[in-house]
Design a protein around this ligand. Structure first.
Ligand code: PLP
Length: 388
């Protein structure tokens, strides 16, 4: 019998693997399941990016090991994107780390910065991968509740001075998964003030940075004065360019933190396949109309879903960004019992809020990751259960 190391035992089990299992079991019964439970973009990568990979895959230079920390051209491409989109100056040689998707960096930053016994401030509800890195580092999590009352922004005044003092790192994520909330510059300024006062490093997860609705472009944390002195932003191509399977992301910002992340990456991976780096650079520097179209598509889907919600009387706040809707469950249900019910009785998969933390209880997350027609059908099927 092979025993895992102690550190493995602290890793939380993948809640969403269970969800996929249940959805597959229902589909195996021959049912027409509408899966709104996961966060996998349903559209293909734009053709010009795929064509670039096909071409660059043949370049023998890329068949050798890539340089440690990746090619300069890709770091320059992301620095240019930040300049064009946010008017933020990034030094591509010292302020960018290339990652295997944002996910790797979000786990690694905890290992870079946290010692056993340190505290990490984590949003609740929030993206579960933050927990894994903190657990592997042997550090403690202190949850910051995100509630409707606070527009799903953490309330720094509610954090005790003792906890704030012990905290070394904090995660934040806007546009937010799972709530769909967005943050503004005032909130980011308040974040910098709080972090500086308490000596906390800020990890801003900007995975949904491109997806803002109602004509409002999400703000980058790095636009905030002083942000680069105390933090990094995680930026990924997964959602912006439908490139989730390509695994390309970045940590951008404070040069010291970037160097720590690069060091860890060098030991684990060297860097991404050069052909992918070249195609990723084209995604960032080529025509951006695909991003405008993508955002418009998610907004149409959101509006279609909310039209159906109104029809059945399911009241909820519209998300301002990301591709998730955060909906309260009807009285008498937990997020899990409601998710189980709609899977069994309506063949619709939704993600129970409890999977994102204790404060996710009472809500389910629906992804805008299928057509307007299918989204509406899902809601009308749930409506037939007569719970609203
Ligand atoms: N952060 C958030 C909030 C996410 O929802 C996701 C993916 O679902 C990621 C980060 C990771 O993205 P990737 O590793 O594909 O870049």
């Amino acid at each position: 019998r092979i025993e895992p190391a102690e550190r493995m035992k602290v890793l939380p089990t993948q809640f969403f693997a269970k969800l996929v299992g249940k959805a597959n079991a229902q589909a195996a019964k021959g049912r027409d399941v509408i899966n709104l439970g996961q966060g996998n973009p349903d559209q293909p990568t734009p053709a010009h990016i795929v064509a670039k990979l096909q071409e660059s895959a043949a370049n023998p230079l890329y068949h050798k090991y890539p340089p440690f920390s990746g090619y300069a051209f890709l770091k320059e491409a992301v620095a240019k994107r930040y300049k064009d989109d946010y008017d933020v100056d990034i030094d591509p040689t010292t302020e960018v780390a290339i990652l295997f998707g944002g996910k790797t960096g979000l786990v690694e930053i905890s290992q870079c910065l946290l010692n056993p016994g340190d505290v990490c401030l984590v949003p609740d509800p929030g993206y579960p991968d933050y927990w894994s890195g903190v657990a592997l580092a042997g550090a403690e999590m202190s949850f910051m509740p995100l509630t409707e009352k606070n527009a799903y922004l953490p309330d720094y005044n509610a954090i005790s001075p003792v906890t704030a003092n012990r905290a070394k790192l904090m995660f934040m994520n806007y546009p937010n998964n799972p709530t769909g909330a967005v943050a503004n510059s005032e909130f980011y300024a308040e974040t910098v003030e709080f972090a500086v006062k308490n000596g906390i490093v800020v990890a801003s997860d900007f995975a949904y940075g491109a997806i803002g609705f109602d004509g409002k472009k999400p703000v980058s944390f790095l636009q905030t004065p002083g942000a680069k002195e105390i933090g990094v932003e995680f930026y990924t191509l997964s959602k912006t360019y439908n490139m989730a399977g390509w695994r390309v992301g970045f940590a951008i910002g404070n040069a010291q933190i970037v160097s720590f992340i690069n060091l860890i990456q060098d030991h684990y991976y060297c860097s991404l396949f050069g052909g992918i780096q070249e195609a990723a650079a084209l995604a960032l520097t080529g025509p951006q109309d695909c991003v405008v179209e993508l955002t418009a598509m998610y907004e149409r889907r959101r509006d279609a879903l909310f039209f159906a919600l109104e029809q059945i009387g399911w009241k909820a706040a519209r998300p301002g960004g990301s591709f998730f809707c955060w909906l309260p469950v009807p009285a008498g249900y937990t997020s899990q019992s409601f998710a189980d019910l709609v899977l069994q009785e309506a063949d619709v998969v939704v993600a129970p809020g409890i999977g994102f933390g204790e404060h996710g209880e009472g809500f389910v997350r629906l992804g805008l990751l299928t057509s307007e027609e299918r989204l509406q059908e899902a809601i009308f099927r749930i409506g037939k259960l007569g719970l609203f």
